[in-house]
Design a protein around this ligand. Sequence first.
Ligand code: IMP
Length: 195
Amino acid sequence: MMKLVAATHNKGKLAELTEMLGGRYVLLPVSDFDGGVEPEENGNSFEENSRIKARAAFAASGLPSFGDDSGLCVDALGGAPGIYSSRYAAGGSAARNAKLLRELSGVPEEKRTAKFVCCITFTDGEHEFTVRGECRGRILEREKGEGGFGYDPVFFSDELGRPFGEVSAAEKDAVSHRGKAVRLFAERLAEIYGE
Ligand code: IMP
């Protein structure tokens, strides 16, 4: 099976991606090659940050590599937290969700629109491409559900008509930014390397 290096240090994400790619590739964590030294994510977009991670992983491993970058963009906040989603507030996702709800207090339902974005860049030194998945919805007035991670408890999915915090992982994958990006990624890989 073909080996792909994933520019993530997160074991859970690696297992999830392996599954989403249909078990057709062996995914190796970049930490097997880079000694835990992560590149500076100083891009101005999800695309750029995913490219920085993919290129750094390829430079460290010499193997086909990909990097991903994702986050939440809220229209009423001019697209924030955006590429700063993981650093929006210190103290974990509960603190970040609390800050988001605070920033949006008093904003009516129709103006609470938002989208999750996920970009994945692949490079093997010869082929390089970036795919992007988005999913639209709105920010709830308060957290709902116990499922998911990060901003899921405050996100209501337009496509599912339900909060991400209340749906199964499979339901979320079917419409999520990451699910969409990974499916496009798998299609492009198959075009390059065959089924
Ligand atoms: P990463 O760059 O993919 O690790 O994600 C950046 C940040 O965006 C994470 O810290 C999460 O808070 C947020 N995020 C990305 N995808 C999701 C999602 O599917 N649900 C909830 N939060 C997400």
